[in-house]
Design a binder for this molecule. Structure first.
Ligand SMILES: [Ca+2]
Ligand SMILES: [Ca+2]
Length: 180
């Protein structure tokens, strides 16, 4: 009888341990702090196709030394498996930077930061309005990268206007503007 009680207690302990491991360590980042998953970018205009993203792993590292440029696979996926940090900060072209915490599998970036200064405001809208109908493919106001500055670009700016990345979401704030 006593043995049976011990076996039940043991099984219970193993079950609880497994549950905790699944919930705490088994999602997103593993116990070493490595993200197990790629991050999917969602709710973006079909023509928006970032080639690279900047990933910053620490705000306390020397300025500019914690960031790395990574490829964006198929315009929509960022491989975070090699980053060992409790959370990472990500910046995409013309988007506000954002935090990816453990367990995050997808994110809908806010587009509209024409001048890449970390916020979407009247300056971005003025730049977009001033370049409307431009078909210069390198025009920074072509936010959705469809080859011209048009209604969609203006809608994106207006939709996200007033949204600003908080200090904790801007990573090391270095070289954001160099993201292509
Ligand atoms: Ca801006
Ligand atoms: Ca456009």
């Amino acid at each position: 009888m006593r043995n049976l009680q011990l076996i039940i207690i043991l099984l219970l302990a193993i079950s609880i341990g497994y549950f905790i491991w699944r919930v705490v360590g088994g999602q997103g980042f593993d116990r070493a702090g490595t993200n197990e998953k790629s991050l999917s970018l969602t709710d973006l205009p079909p023509s928006y196709c970032p080639k690279t993203a900047k990933v910053v792993t620490s705000l306390v590292a020397p300025i500019g030394q914690s960031g790395r440029i990574v490829a964006v696979t198929g315009c929509r996926s960022i491989d975070l498996t090699t980053f060992k940090a409790p959370k990472v900060y990500i910046k995409l072209p013309h988007a506000l930077s954002f935090i990816v915490a453990p367990g995050t599998k997808s994110y809908a970036p806010e587009l509209g930061d024409v001048n890449e200064d970390g916020s979407i405001n009247a300056v971005d809208e003025t730049m977009t309005r001033g370049n409307l109908f431009s078909s210069d493919t390198t025009n920074p106001a072509d936010i959705d990268s469809d080859g011209s500055v048009g209604a969609t670009d203006l809608v994106l700016v207006r939709l996200h206007q007033g949204v600003a990345a908080t200090a904790s979401e801007t990573g090391d704030q270095i070289d954001w503007e160099k993201i292509e």
